[in-house]
Design a protein around this ligand. Structure first.
Ligand code: HMH
Length: 230
């Protein structure tokens, strides 16, 4: 083990920082994607937005059983009972999100119930399904969960920053994931991940980093798909 990694062990927050540094390019591709920048700059093609909306509804429906599986793993494996409350809060907001997608879909004439998933979405959902398996431990699963939420938080909060030119009709979408409450929730998830990584074996650290990278790859694929670059 290299000296830097030696120092990073026993310091979960340090592990996350190391990953963010090591995979900075990919992280930036996922969180500052042209799709998001075009929302922020007001140059978004509305047919791309509608494609994203319909596809993300399908994704979120698949995301629910994944989050349920993380909850179950927390109940079995976590040493901190508060983890359950943070994850349960996430599930509660997904309940709200499903209603929002239906409402937003009807606003944009997107029939969310009649859309079929595109390839990038299918690939992402299949990845989630693999993570639901009993062979995947809590640390790996919660790392993926945090990364999924954090990418949306970081992306959409960019569209709310000073100087944005976000179209008024997209503000509600950006606020959904870019608001401070969602930011705090992502911070809580990150805190849980840090704590889990502090206690993780080499093998679990490696698998968690892989999950982190995989989520970022899938997020980039999802944005590309939304732009129509297929
Ligand atoms: C593709 N990633 C994707 N969709 C979402 N709704 C989130 C992350 C955040 O929940």
């Amino acid at each position: 083990m290299e000296a830097a990694e030696e120092v990073e062990r026993g310091n979960g927050g340090g592990v996350i920082q190391t990953w963010l540094n090591r995979h900075n390019l990919l992280y930036t591709k996922a969180t500052k994607h042209p799709f998001i920048l075009s929302i922020r700059d007001g140059t978004i093609n509305l047919s791309s937005f509608k494609r994203w909306l319909g596809q993300d509804y399908i994704f979120v429906r698949e995301f629910i059983p994944f989050v349920a599986s993380v909850l179950l793993k927390a109940w079995r494996e976590s040493e901190d009972g508060l983890d359950i409350e943070v994850i349960l809060g996430g599930m509660a907001s997904l309940n709200d999100e499903i209603s929002w997608f239906k409402k937003e879909g009807s606003k944009w004439d997107v029939l969310v119930s009649e859309i079929s998933p595109q390839k990038a979405n299918q690939d992402y959902c299949r990845f989630l399904e693999r993570l639901m398996g009993p062979d995947v431990g809590y640390t790996v699963a919660i790392t993926a969960f945090w990364t999924i939420e954090a990418v949306y938080q970081e992306s959409f909060s960019l569209c709310l920053q000073d100087g944005n030119n976000t179209p008024a009709e997209l503000m509600e979408t950006c606020q959904r994931w870019g608001n401070n409450g969602f930011g705090q929730y992502c911070q809580s998830l990150q805190g849980i991940v840090s704590r889990c990584l502090e206690k993780a074996s080499e093998d679990v650290l490696r698998k968690s980093e892989e999950a982190f990278i995989c989520v970022l790859d899938h997020e980039v694929g999802f944005w590309d798909m939304s732009c129509g670059e297929l």
